[in-house]
Design a protein around this ligand. Sequence first.
Ligand code: BMA
Length: 329
Amino acid sequence: MPKIISQSIPNIPWQDKPQGYRDVIWRFNQNPIIDWNPIPCAARLFNSAVVPFQGGFAGVFRADHKNGRPHLHKGTSEDGMHWTIDPDPIQWVNKNGQSWQPDYAYDPRVVQIEGKFYITWCTDNHGATIGLGETEDFKIFILLDNPFLPFNRNGVLFPRKVNNKYLLLSRPSDSGHTPFGDIFISESPDLVHWGKHSFVMGKGGDGWWQGTKIGPGPVPIETEEGWLLFYHGVSNTCNGFVYSMGAALLDLENPAKVLYRTRDYLLTPEKDYETTGFVPNVIFPCAALVDDQTGRIAIYYGAADTYTGLAFGKIDEIIGYLKKNFEVF
Ligand code: BMA
């Protein structure tokens, strides 16, 4: 097994691969783990981020309220599968302790860097862009400066500095349901000033499943072979966009360099809870837990912009698969 630079999560959500199953990623057989109308104010919880916290798990969830607007809610869980979701949205304060709430907030990612948890999400600043905040205890949430101008979505921080710089993946976009999208990387010495923007990888290639746009998913997983990045790839059909999941391995020292990238998707909408819902045919991964002792990975994904699902894989099988079934373009 390639060495993983992470933490031990003995209680990582897990289910063995079904016998005879051929692929490297498999679904939890009790999916979806969060169904319609999970809290009074919100119809749907999906595209959400989970991290190990105090022996259990904490999460920042995208909750689409019944007025149609998305907001972020905190959740806690002992086993990563059964969640208690705060009925009220996260209340942000700025560094001076003053309250400031975004008009809407969606698709969060959470990462622990040097003891603090950082949250990135799609926020509003006269148009969609990346929001950034921090918390140490999942009680007080402090807003930091937005890294980018509009329009941008899918901001994903790396779990450590590389060459002494914080790194942030993102997908520059337009103001609507963007019909294009590639993954870029930016760096910062202080999480305030961002620059040195570089292209990482784009839509297209042999796989039509990622022919319209792609965007980074969960926080990259550090292994001795490179950063394992799950991402979403989108194809355009006569019935609209279809969102699937792929993976790439990025160079450890220079993550703008793609070493391998799946030609075929790893997960595509197949189950009813993925093909039917508020937005049909969406698999949108936003978090991956990894246990460095066993190499087990648990991926949290939004299904059909309605449900939260879990999928599993093992690091050695995924990287082995990537090395055999890849393309770079
Ligand atoms: C994207 C984002 C995601 C959503 C997806 C499918 O543009 O808005 O939150 O899951 O579309 O609707």
